[in-house]
Design a protein around this ligand. Structure first.
Ligand SMILES: [Zn+2]
Length: 63
């Protein structure tokens, strides 16, 4: 099981995305971000989004 905390992405949010694979966790985090952090997402450039995807890989933990 992999997990990634939204707080690790620089937010003040208790959401934690979990999944069997890194891909699944990233999809859940993106869906969450698009739903709950729309203001943050809409102000991000493509470069910043790419950085965020990289950060997700770095912060992801397996349990
Ligand atoms: Zn969040």
């Amino acid at each position: 099981m992999m997990k990634l905390s939204c707080r690790d992405m620089g937010t003040d949010c208790d959401f934690v995305a979990k999944g069997e694979t890194a891909q699944e966790v990233k999809e859940k985090m993106m869906a969450h971000a698009n739903a709950d952090h729309m203001d943050m997402m809409k102000n991000m450039s493509e470069d910043e989004k790419a950085d965020m995807m990289k950060k997700m890989d770095e912060k992801m933990m397996s349990e």
